[in-house]
Design a protein around this ligand. Structure first.
Ligand SMILES: [Zn+2]
Length: 476
C-alpha cells in the first residue's frame, strides 16, 4: 500500500473502461486521471498495476448511509435476521457474550419481533441482569434497555426523554427516538470510523452521503478530523440539520441536503413541513425526505407541491410508490434513493406484513427508470447491508431470503444496477462520472472484465480502490 500523501504516480495497464472495445493504459498523477491511451510508457518510479483486462470503474458512491451508526454496529451484536432467527439463538448469543466479554455495556442491533416478540426490560432482565444491555430494533428508532442499563443511564431521574415509555408509572425499558439522549447520558465517545471506512473501501467505495437527520456541527467536526487523520478514506457529503449550514466545507467534506425524517405515527403539522422545506430552499439547500410508507410519501409530495420542489430534492427510500405517486415524483422533478437489498434482507417480512395492495409497489426500481426519474442506490447501513454489490445483485434478481420472487418486473439489468452506485455524489441518479483525462482519480478496479462481472455481482470482484489517486484498498 502506498504511504498516504506520497506523490507517487500510478500507471494502470491493460484495463477495460466502461463501454470501450479494447483495453487501455491509464496514468494517475496529481490526484487526477492524467492520460488514457492504448499504450503508455512507464515513467521511472511509477507504481504499476497490470489490470489484466479487468474493468476500471469510477469509485462507487453510497448515496444513503449512516456512518457513525455503521462504525458502532461493527462493535455490536447482531440480534436479528438473517443472523439470529429464534429466541433460542438470541439467548445463546447473549449467554456467550456475557461469558466472553469483559463487564460493561452490551450493545445489540438489528432486532426484529419475529425473533422473540415484543421484548421489554423484564424479558432482558431474565437473561442479562448483571450488566447494562441495550438492543436496538431493526428500524433504528427503538432501543430496549434492561434494568442495569436504566440504572446506568439514571433513567429514573427527572429529565428523561419523552420517548422513554412508561406503563402504569413504571419504565418498560423501551426508548423511542432516544439516540441523542443516550449519547449524552453515556458520554459516548464518537465511534472510531477507520474500520467502517476500510470495509467500504474494500467494496470499491470512494464517496458517501451520510443521511443521518441529527448531523450537526459536532458530527461535522468528527468527520473532518477523521478525514484529516486518515481514518475516513472516502469523500463525504453530510446531510443533517440547518446548523450544518454554518460548517466550513473542504474538498472532501461537503454539505448535503437538509434531511427531513417523516414518521407516519408522528407526522408534523403540514405547515411545519412546508416551512422546513421552504427554509432549506431559502438557505440554498435541497431537502431529502424519508418516506417508507405510502402515507409519508403522500404527505411529503403534497408539501413539495405546495412549496415547489427544487432541482436536487430527494425522496429517501420511496418504499411504497403506486403509479399516481410515481407520476407526481416525476412531475416535481424529484430524485429517488433506494435500497434494493431490502428485498433480499426483509422481503419475507414484507410479504407477511405489508398490505397486499401495496406489495406491487415495494422498492420499485425499473418503474422509476422507465418514468425518467433519477434513481440512485444507498445501503442505509447499518440498517441494511453495507455491501453495494449485494444491493446490485438483489436489484437484478429481486428474490427474498427464502427464494420468493418480489415484483420481478421491477428488476434491473446488471448495468442499471451498477449505475445506482456510480452517479456523482451531488447528483444522485445522474449519469455515471465519466473516466476521462482531467477527471478525479477516484477509481475502482475489478479482477475481471464486465462481461464476466455482470453475471456475478460480488464484492470479491473488487481488486483495488483509489481516492484522489491514492490507493485506499488492495485485495489479497
Ligand atoms: Zn437511513
Amino acid at each position: 500500500m502506498q504511504a498516504s500523501g506520497a506523490a507517487i504516480n500510478t500507471l494502470i495497464q491493460n484495463a477495460e473502461l466502461p463501454g470501450a472495445a479494447t483495453p487501455v493504459d491509464v496514468r494517475l498523477a496529481g490526484g487526477i486521471i492524467q492520460r488514457i491511451a492504448a499504450s503508455l510508457r512507464p515513467d521511472p518510479g511509477d507504481y504499476r498495476v497490470d489490470a489484466n483486462g479487468g474493468l476500471l470503474l469510477p469509485g462507487l458512491h453510497d448515496h444513503h448511509i449512516h456512518l457513525m451508526a455503521l462504525a458502532a454496529s461493527l462493535e455490536s451484536l447482531r440480534c436479528g435476521p438473517p443472523d439470529i432467527n429464534s429466541e433460542a439463538a438470541l439467548l445463546a448469543l447473549l449467554r456467550d457474550t456475557c461469558r466472553q466479554q469483559a463487564p460493561g455495556w452490551i450493545r445489540g442491533i438489528g432486532y426484529h419481533p419475529s425473533v422473540a416478540g415484543d421484548i421489554d426490560r423484564d424479558w432482558l432482565d431474565r437473561y442479562v441482569a448483571d450488566r447494562p444491555l441495550r438492543i436496538q430494533h431493526r428500524g433504528g428508532r427503538l432501543w430496549v434497555l434492561n434494568s442495569p442499563a436504566l440504572a446506568a443511564l439514571d433513567a429514573a431521574a427527572g429529565d428523561t426523554p419523552p420517548g422513554l415509555e412508561k406503563i402504569d408509572g413504571r419504565l418498560t425499558g423501551r426508548l423511542y427516538e432516544g439516540d441523542l439522549w443516550l449519547r449524552e447520558r453515556l458520554h459516548a465517545q464518537v465511534p472510531k470510523l477507520a474500520a467502517a471506512s476500510r470495509l467500504l473501501a474494500s467494496y470499491g467505495i470512494t464517496g458517501l452521503t451520510d443521511t443521518t437527520p441529527g448531523n450537526g456541527p459536532d458530527e461535522w467536526r468528527c468527520f473532518r478530523d477523521a478525514q484529516a487523520a486518515g481514518d475516513l478514506l472516502q469523500r463525504l457529503r453530510v446531510m443533517g440539520t440547518p446548523a450544518i449550514g454554518q460548517c466550513e466545507e473542504t474538498p472532501t467534506l461537503r454539505r448535503g441536503e437538509r434531511k427531513i425524517h417523516l414518521l407516519e405515527s408522528r407526522l408534523p403539522e403540514f405547515d411545519t413541513l412546508c416551512r422546513d422545506i421552504a427554509d432549506a430552499h431559502l438557505a440554498d439547500r435541497c431537502v431529502a425526505v424519508h418516506c417508507v410508507t405510502l402515507t409519508e410519501l403522500v404527505f411529503a409530495l403534497s408539501a413539495l407541491r405546495d412549496v415547489g420542489a427544487r432541482r436536487g430534492d430527494r425522496i429517501e427510500h420511496a418504499s411504497v410508490c403506486p403509479p399516481e405517486q410515481l407520476r407526481e415524483i416525476h412531475a416535481l422533478g424529484l430524485r429517488v434513493v433506494t435500497q434494493p437489498h431490502f428485498i433480499a434482507e426483509r422481503g419475507d417480512h414484507y410479504i407477511a406484513e405489508v398490505d397486499r395492495q401495496d406489495q406491487p409497489w415495494l422498492y420499485r426500481a425499473a418503474g422509476f427508470l422507465a418514468a425518467g426519474i433519477p434513481l440512485a442506490g444507498g445501503s442505509d447501513a447499518p440498517f441494511g447491508d453495507a455491501d453495494p454489490w449485494r444491493a446490485m445483485q438483489a436489484a437484478t434478481v429481486r428474490r427474498t431470503a427464502s427464494g420468493k420472487a418480489m415484483c420481478t418486473d421491477e428488476a434491473l439489468t446488471p448495468e442499471q444496477a451498477l449505475h445506482l452506485f456510480l452517479s456523482p455524489l451531488n447528483g444522485a441518479g445522474d449519469s455515471p462520472v465519466a473516466l476521462t483525462p482531467g477527471a478525479r482519480a477516484d477509481l475502482c478496479l475489478l479482477h475481471a472484465p464486465w462481461r464476466e462481472v455482470r453475471t456475478q455481482l460480488k464484492r470479491e470482484q473488487v481488486r483495488a480502490t483509489w481516492r484522489d489517486g491514492q490507493l485506499i484498498y488492495r485485495s489479497g
